[in-house]
Design a binder for this molecule. Structure first.
Ligand SMILES: [Ca+2]
Ligand SMILES: [Ca+2]
Length: 324
C-alpha cells in the first residue's frame, strides 16, 4: 500500500467543526490491516481509528476538523498498517477564525465600558479588512493584524482604528459573544442610550491627552445629541396646539439629569395658577399637558397665560392662549 493524500478544509469557526470523507483502497494482494490512524494534533479526529480492508475493496474514513484557536493548521495523520511502506501519511490543511462581538475589544465576551480602552491604545492602527456577515453586528475576526486587540478595536471592520469604532461599542453595549442571533440594529436609544454614552464619555476622559481622547470625545458627544436627540442645552418649546381649547402640550428639553424641574403657569395678573413638578428628571425631551384648569380645580376663563420653566441656572417664559 502506498497512500499519499491531502485533505483541505475551508475556514472553520473556532468552536464549530467541519467534516471531509476520504477513501482508502486495498490494491494489494492480501488483507490490509490498518492498526492505527493517528493525527499529529487532536484538532483533527479520524474515525474509525483502525480498520481492516479486504483485497480490492475500499473503505471510507471521516476526517473531522475541530479548531480550538485562530490559526492556520497543517496536521499529519499517520496510518500504521501491515503492508510495506508503513506508516503512510495524510496531510490535513485548514484554517480557523472566530466570530467576535464587534465592540468587545478586550475579549471578555461582553461589550462594556472597559472596551473603549483598546480603541485608545490602538488609535490610528491599520490592518486587514474584517470579513463580516453582511448587515449584522456579528463579524469575523481577521487574521493578520499585528495585535489581536487592535483587530478587535477596529470594531466596525473598516481596517482602521478610529473614533467611529466607539459607536459600535455604544450600539452593541451589553451584548454578549455568540447568541446565535444576528441583530441588525442597535438596541440603544433615548435616555438609556444616553446613559451608555455618558459612561463612555467618563471612561474616555481618563485617557491620556491627545488625538484619540479628543476625537473619541467629540464623536460620543455628537452621537448623544445628533443621533440620540439629547438636547445640548435647556429649552422650552412653544406649546401646541396654540391657541388651545381642550388640552395643550408643553415640551421642554433637559441636557443632563436634574433633581427637579418645575413648569408654572401664570395668568396675566402674574398669579401662579398651576404648577407642574417632576423629580429626578432624565436628560432628553419631556412634556406636560395642560387642560386649562388651575391647581384649585377651577377652569380658567379664556385669555392669555404664561408658562415658565424653572431650574437652577435657567429660566424662560412663553405665552399661551386659551380659548374656551
Ligand atoms: Ca468586553
Ligand atoms: Ca474602524
Amino acid at each position: 500500500m502506498s497512500v499519499s493524500m491531502s485533505v483541505e478544509f475551508d475556514t472553520v469557526l473556532v468552536g464549530m467543526d467541519d467534516i471531509r470523507e476520504i477513501a482508502i483502497w486495498n490494491s494489494g494482494t492480501s488483507e490490509l490491516i490498518l492498526s492505527s490512524i493517528v493525527p499529529s494534533d487532536d484538532i483533527i479526529v479520524v474515525t474509525p481509528q483502525a480498520d481492516t480492508i479486504d483485497v480490492g475493496k475500499q473503505k471510507s474514513f471521516e476526517v473531522r476538523f475541530l479548531p480550538d484557536s485562530i490559526d492556520v493548521v497543517d496536521v499529519i495523520v499517520l496510518l500504521h498498517h501491515n503492508a510495506p511502506g508503513s506508516p503512510d501519511t495524510i496531510t490535513v490543511h485548514g484554517s480557523a477564525t472566530k466570530v467576535v462581538r464587534p465592540g468587545d475589544t478586550n475579549a471578555d465576551d461582553i461589550v462594556g465600558v472597559s472596551d473603549i480602552v483598546n480603541i485608545g491604545l490602538c488609535y490610528g492602527e491599520i490592518g486587514p479588512v474584517r470579513a463580516g456577515i453582511p448587515d449584522s453586528l456579528e463579524q469575523l475576526l481577521p487574521i493578520g493584524w499585528d495585535q489581536e486587540i487592535c483587530a478587535r478595536a477596529d470594531c466596525d471592520g473598516d481596517r482602521t482604528v478610529s473614533a467611529n469604532d466607539v459607536i459600535v461599542i455604544v450600539e452593541n453595549f451589553g451584548r454578549e459573544l455568540w447568541t446565535g442571533i444576528f441583530p441588525k440594529k442597535s438596541h440603544v436609544q433615548g435616555s438609556s442610550g444616553s446613559s451608555i454614552v455618558n459612561q463612555l464619555i467618563e471612561a474616555t476622559k481618563k485617557m491620556p491627552e491627545g488625538r484619540a481622547r479628543t476625537e473619541i470625545l467629540a464623536k460620543l458627544v455628537y452621537y448623544k445629541h445628533e443621533v440620540l436627540g439629547i438636547p445640548r442645552e435647556w429649552s422650552l418649546l412653544q406649546n401646541y396646539p396654540n391657541p388651545f381649547n381642550a388640552e395643550t402640550i408643553i415640551k421642554y428639553g433637559v441636557p443632563e439629569g436634574a433633581n427637579q424641574v418645575t413648569v408654572s403657569i401664570y395668568d396675566v395678573l402674574g398669579r401662579r395658577i398651576r404648577v407642574f413638578e417632576e423629580l429626578d428628571v432624565e436628560e432628553g425631551w419631556h412634556e406636560f399637558r395642560w387642560d386649562g384648569i388651575g391647581d384649585q380645580g377651577t377652569r380658567m376663563a379664556s385669555g392669555v397665560f404664561f408658562y415658565r420653566l424653572e431650574v437652577p441656572l435657567y429660566s424662560t417664559v412663553k405665552k399661551i392662549t386659551y380659548l374656551k
